[in-house]
Structure formats: C-alpha cells, structure tokens
Design a protein around this ligand. Structure first.
Ligand code: ATP
Length: 578
C-alpha cells in the first residue's frame, strides 16, 4: 500500500497511526489504485473503523467526500487559489515555475504536481524549511486534526497580506509531510478534487460496513441530515436514528421527476387532484430560522445568506417562528421574473451592492416549524402550515392550484410560460418530503415549445365565466394562397385581451352564425403546443396537441404567418426525436 520513497524517506518512516495525515493519504492511494468497488469499500471501511477519535472520523469522511469543511460549518471556503498553491510548492520544494509547469503538463492535476515536486526535491531543503518554522511539533507526524486547524487558519486569513499569510500556512504544512503521496492528497483535498473514484454512495457503503449498519440506515440518515460526517459518528455510536432535521442544519433537497407533456405528466399520478405550481427559474434555497438567527442554504448545502441580506432581514421579522422553508430565489421586478443570469452576478460579487437586482423568495414547502418536523406529513398539511405564515415581501408564497384535469394543467402551463416562468412542478398532495430523492411525488414540466404564427379565421363565444365574450379561436396556417385550419385555442390571453379581441372580432366578422363567427383573416397569434399530430378534423390534415396562445402578434400581418410546410417539418422532426 505504501508508494515508493527514496532512502532518506524510508529511514524516517515510522509505523503510522490512523490519525495521521499519512494514513489518510495512503488509504486514498489504495482506494485509487483499484477499480473494484468492493475493494474500495473494504479498504475504506477498515480505515474508518481504525479511527479512534470521532473528530478524525468526521474529518476523514468530509475530505473523502471531496469537501474541506462539513456541511453547515461556519467556515465553508479556504479561499486558496491555484496561484497561491503554486507559489507554496515552489518555495517548499525549491522548484521553478518551469519545473512545475512541466509537471502540470504531464499530469494535468495540481495534486500530482505536488507529489512530483516532493519526489524530486532535496530532503535537506525541506528540513531547512521545516526548521525555519519555529514549532515544537515540527518533528512529529502531521495529524488530521492539525490539517483541519491549518485549513481554518487559511479560511480566516483575510484582508491585506492574506495571500502571503496563506502561502506561509501552506508551506508549514507541506514541510511537515514525510512522503510524496501526502503532498498529492493534501493538495487534492484543498482543491476539492479527490479523483479516487469514490462517489458519496461508496462512502455511505463503507460507513455501513465499518460499523455494522445497513446501507439503508446510513443513506436515510445522510439524506435527512445532509451531513455525511455527522452520519459517520452516529453510525459509530449506533445512533443513526437520531439524524433529524432541525433549523440551521441544512438537509438535502427533494427533487422532481420530469414529464414530456401534460398527458405524460398526468399519467405519472395515481389519483387526482394534484397541486400544480409555477416552476420558478432561480436558485433553489432552504431558508432556516432559529430565534433571531437566519441562514440560507443553496443546493450544495452552502450557507449563502450574505448574498441575500434582504431575505435574511425579512425572515428575521417572523418572530416566534423557528422554521425551515424550501423555495426558489428569483430576480424579480414590477411583478415579473427577470433573467436568472442577474442572480449569478450577485453571487459572483460575493456581497450585495446597491445596484443589485431586486428579488423574491417563492416559498413552496415547509419542513420544520416550532420544534416539529413536517417532512413526514403530507404535502397538503405542509402547505397549510406554510400558508398560515405571515410572510412579508421579498418572502412570498409560490402560485399553487389544485387541479383535476389535463386541460387545467395545460392551461396553467401556458399561464406560467406567458408570465415568464419556466413551466410547472406538479405534486402529490399526500406525499411526504423525501430529502435528496427524485421520485414521482413531484413532476416537472418545462419542455421548450415550438411555436407557430397563425391567423384567426373563426371564433366562438366562451362558456362559464367567459360567457358573453369571444374566447375560442380557430386558426390557420398558409399553403400558397390558401389558408388551412390547424387548430383551436382558448387559453393564454388575459381577460382584458379577450375583451379587446371580442370587439375586434365583431368588427371583422364576415358571417355571423350566432355562437360562432367567420372572420376576416387579420389577427395573427403566436401559438405554443406540445406536439403536432395527423388529423382528419381540420383541412390541413394536422392538429396541435394542447395549443395555447403565447401572444397576439400585432407586429405581424397575415401574409407573414407560418406555412403548412413548416408544420410538416415540425411533425417530421418530432418523429425523428421520438
Ligand atoms: P431544473 O434544471 O429543471 O431546475 P434541477 O435538476 O435543478 O432541475 P429538479 O429537482 O430536477 O432540479 O427540478 C425541480 C427544480 O425546480 C427544483 O430544484 C427547484 O429549483 C425548481 N423549482 C422551481 N419552482 C418550483 C416549485 N414550485 N416546486 C419545486 N421546485 C421548483
């Protein structure tokens, strides 16, 4: 298991205890050297079992999962860039830029550069460097807990002179290493690029094997707590059942299955009604509040509250409430969503500034309220609790409706699109909140739609709340100088637009049949749909599936509408895609 070292290193090599960084690095190397999953699990579970201290166990598991600090830790970034590491490697191992560049070209990975720099460096140079760090620990083997303390120091080094300080911290660490493979994994942990073929699932399996638990127990605890490091110690103590959801500790997010079209979506649910919600395009975020502390966690469970101070301050006003909400942060102005890219800008700047875009937090779920976990309760109950909160903007509730029929889903989908949202997420009201799982309880519908520009050739009065207005439109595409009917749509326009349309259609009526009017082909609509089918119903020979009006194209004249040829093309391309 131990890689080759030169003689000088051999002399200094001592049997390593499991809490050293060397034992960690050697374990990584052994995991990396086999492609067999079973072997990886065996090596890792043996190592984890040997770790005496819970702190070391948590550290090893965190590092092995490609993270530097455990989920939900106060510190989440060391803020050490490639160039800082590069300079520390130059200094520690007495290498030039060119040396390191040539190693980098050979390996394409900074960890392997560090390993090679170590292998080819002079032990004397490292010893001199080591003696320059006036520390009583310098002769002892570097331990996992010392690495963690240095990482905290790196995270805390901020402001003027921070880079120089970080380089010194790194040099002090590197100079304490005894074998090259330690350098490789120290840098890989630091750059969050472990590259040892160990997905989190294998870490879970190894924890289960190490402490004699079932994989299911470990996985559930990990999904609920979102903290694999904590799970490892609970497994060791036989307390996995204690993994629970609580404010200020992020949990994994529930995920959605996806559907091709409303029909497909409808079929995924066993019974109706279902909740249909707008799909907001922004950043998924968990909002946690305990007493007067508010934290916001992103999808990768990082704390991002500092980027969204207006959300934090609005949540702080929810006095008497301890909460965990799930929702989406969306850039939003004058009642409309803005481009998602605008949010990215705010995250890049790492802090809020005056010219930042306004935003809204659309809460769509409630996981915890006042010492009670809601995740096992049905969605209908969670929604009731959510709706009873006194949220103030920019915190608000997502748009939600109970629906029974495909047509309602179709209609809400076009409403969502026409208001600038991404589609729908439809949810089973009886389902519990299952952290980290993608199941059929939530199904998203967001397919980008083909649209056609068509002209209205006939129209009918509506029913129910649309009685008295002309709200159903028959439309056609062009073939040469003829018009060929392709479908009928009755959704997508606002009440005001329908009223205006009614007046307009009356004024261009050619034949009044009472409930129906044949009109002059003047008004162009942009129509979205889910698919084109062959059909005998219309003289075009085609029909649109779930057509809905995206907008009235006042800017287009009837001779600019789409042709039957384009319809044929879309029809053929669908067949190819299917
Ligand atoms: P996508 O790229 O489609 O957003 P995803 O991979 O990020 O998908 P999924 O779980 O597959 O995540 O799809 C659901 C996503 O939709 C959620 O992660 C969330 O960010 C977003 N979303 C927007 N509105 C809602 C809503 N009302 N309910 C649930 N999720 C919503």
């Amino acid at each position: 298991m131990r890689p080759e070292t030169n003689e000088d290193e051999e002399e200094r090599y001592e049997v390593s205890s499991s809490s050293t960084f060397e034992a960690f690095a050697l374990t990584c190397e052994a995991i990396s050297s086999t492609r067999s999953k079973l072997k990886k699990i065996e090596v890792l579970s043996n190592y984890l079992r040997q770790l005496q201290s819970e702190q070391d166990l948590q550290t090893a598991v965190t590092f092995l999962s490609g993270k530097i600090f455990p989920a939900g830790a106060d510190e989440c970034e060391v803020n050490v860039g490639y160039s800082t590491i590069w300079r520390a490697l130059e200094e520690t191992f007495g290498k030039s830029q060119d040396d390191l560049s040539s190693y980098y070209l050979r390996h394409g990975d900074l960890g392997s550069v560090a390993e090679e720099a170590f292998k080819t460096s002079s032990p004397q140079q490292r010893r001199i460097l080591l003696s320059s760090f006036d520390s009583s620990d310098s002769e002892k083997q570097l331990t996992l807990s010392e690495v963690v303390s240095s990482f905290h120091e790196l995270a805390r080094a901020k402001g003027k002179g921070a880079i120089e300080r970080k380089i010194l911290i790194l040099e002090a660490l590197l100079a304490r290493l005894r074998i090259p493979v330690e350098a490789k994994y120290l840098i890989r942990v630091l750059t969050s690029e472990m590259r040892i073929g160990l997905v989190e699932g294998l870490v879970e399996e190894s924890i289960a094997k190490a402490f004699g638990r079932t994989l299911e127990e470990v996985r559930s605890a990990n999904l609920v707590s979102g903290n694999i490091a904590l799970v490892s110690t609970l497994a060791k103590r036989g307390e996995l059942h204690l993994a629970k959801i609580e404010p200020l500790k992020p949990t994994n997010f529930m995920l959605a299955d996806s559907a091709q079209d409303p029909q497909d979506l409808f079929q995924k649910f066993d019974s109706m009604p279902v909740f249909s919600e707008f799909k907001y395009d922004g950043i998924r975020a968990q909002l946690h509040k305990r007493s007067d502390i508010v934290k916001i966690f992103s999808r990768n469970l990082e704390e991002v509250g500092k980027f969204f101070p207006e959300l934090v301050s609005s949540a702080s006003k929810l006095e008497q409430e301890d909460l965990i909400l799930d929702g989406e942060i969306v850039p939003f102005r004058d009642g409309k969503p803005l481009s998602f890219q605008l949010l990215q800008r705010r995250l890049r700047k790492k802090a809020r500034s005056i010219e930042d875009v306004p935003l809204m937090y659309f809460a769509f779920d409630l996981l915890f309220r006042n010492s009670v976990s809601f995740i096992e309760r049905p969605l209908s109950e969670r929604v009731m609790a959510l709706e009873s909160l006194k949220l103030e903007q920019p915190l608000t509730l997502s748009s939600r409706r109970l629906v029974n029929r495909i047509e309602e889903i179709s209609e809400m989908f076009s409403e969502s699109k026409s208001q600038g949202y991404e589609g729908l997420v439809v949810k089973d009201p009886n389902s519990s909140y299952t952290p980290g799982r993608r199941g059929r309880s939530w199904v998203k519908l967001k397919k980008e739609l083909d649209t056609l520009d068509v002209v209205i050739v006939a129209a009918e009065y509506g029913h129910g709340k649309r009685a008295g207005v002309i709200s159903d439109y028959t439309f056609a595409v062009r073939e040469g100088s003829d018009l060929k009917v392709i479908g009928k749509a009755y959704s997508g326009l606002t009440d005001l637009e329908i009223k205006e349309m009614t007046d307009l259609l009356k004024s261009i009526t050619e034949i009044d049949q009472g409930y129906r009017r044949i009109v002059k082909p003047k008004i162009v609509l942009e129509v979205a749909f889910d698919a084109i089918q062959k059909s005998e119903r219309h003289d075009s020979g085609f029909a649109l599936r779930f057509p809905r009006i995206k907008r009235i194209r006042w800017d287009k004249s009837p001779n600019e509408i789409d042709t039957l040829d384009k319809v044929r093309q879309i029809y053929e391309s669908q067949r190819v895609r299917a």
